[in-house]
Design a binder for this molecule. Sequence first.
Ligand code: UDX
Length: 461
Amino acid sequence: MKVCVIGTGYVGLVTGVCLAEIGHSVICVDKDEAKIKMLLSNKMPIYEPGLDSLVLKNINSKKLIFTTDISGSIKSQDIIFICVGTPPLPDGSADLRYVEEVAKEIGSNLNSFKIIVNKSTVPIGSGDWVSMIVNDSLNEKAASGNTNNMNNTNASKFDVISNPEFLREGTAISDTFFPDRIVLGSASKKAIDIMKELYEPIINQKFELADISFDPKDSKRIPVVETDLVSAEMIKYAANSFLATKISFINEIANICEKAGADVKKVAAGIGLDSRIGSKFLNAGIGWGGSCFPKDVSALTKIAAEYGVSSQLLNSVINVNSQQRLLVVQKVQELLKIVKGKSIGFLGISFKPDTDDTRDAPAITIMNNLVNLGAKVKAYDPVVKNMPDTLNVKVIMCENLEDVFRESDLIILATEWKEFAEIDYESMGKLMREMNVIDGRNFLQRDILTGLGFKYTGIGC
Ligand code: UDX
């Protein structure tokens, strides 16, 4: 099938290359010339395990093309994916100007029946909104006498379908080939059937993967949720908000455990065995961040407000999460008493492992607070090498672990990169001024560290 993917961020790039890998001819379009140039020279604009080799393979097989030519790509392809960003506006609602831009482009380049797929995370009702903009742009075109050889009524010229993505950074490709479900929301049965045909290899798990590093689940048939546009849009927000709620819940439990002397890791294991609860996303720590949870949970509170619904739970989920970061600052004060003039080293900056994404990373909030309290803050991250814009410029970005441990009074683990579990803490500890560690992800071995003479502080354990 002939697919056009507009927007080559996380969602667009991963969706595009995976659709090419299962046999479709895919054109990925972006107005950012530099980005397209990078991709054409096989340099990835994002850090995502396995992405570069899959892109190269599909460029070479000519199933994947990168271009800045949006009009030609829309005209030549049948299924148009909208995968542009919907960043948060200052009030927390989603910024839809890029989606609007693309919808206008689609309308003015409609030369045959198209399926328009909303894959960007868009507020409830955006599917109909996109239809309206495409129609308006189409009419404008027709009014200007240029009908792109289209000579029948608008309605049959396109269908809009919502197909939200659930991929996680760091496992995006595996999440696309082995999803828990595929959600298709549209008023058009025709559009749903065409999308099922597009995803058929994934639905039936019938595709060869050259790179076997991706862990195929038990490759059973993937469930398809067929629904209406609005419900599909809501599934996306509800899913992310529920996962964020689960994390804020276990973090609140962790804070109670700390006072009561219980071990949150044991508590999480104990409740997680209940199939109604499930063990995933019960890792207590310094809270959630990233490009999705923060913006999606706050956008949902805005949507609720629009409908006059009070989102007390969602607001609490956000507050608990912000508090969790500040709790670490309190732990530092309890541990070091005087923070001013102390040297504190951070292990990890990215909001989670296996990504270079620092958007709304908990580590950054904590580091900025400690700098404001007069501490000398250093940080080491395996892939984040450039100073994030949101990080206080006084923070020292370390090239290696020795530098972050040397002369430090405290080490804070903020991101659970695998390599941090393999550090030689015995020799690193000797470089420190005081062997204090706050394990912000309950990731390290308390017994081993205390055995080496570290004063270990976890989150709720
Ligand atoms: C998330 C959703 O998982 C994904 O389905 C959606 O498509 C995009 O948003 P992502 O932002 O990549 O994916 O990160 P995720 O792995 O979900 O982690 C989100 C945050 O929660 C991270 O900061 C992570 O450190 C934190 N987290 C996750 C916890 O604190 N505890 C957990 O148990 C799990």
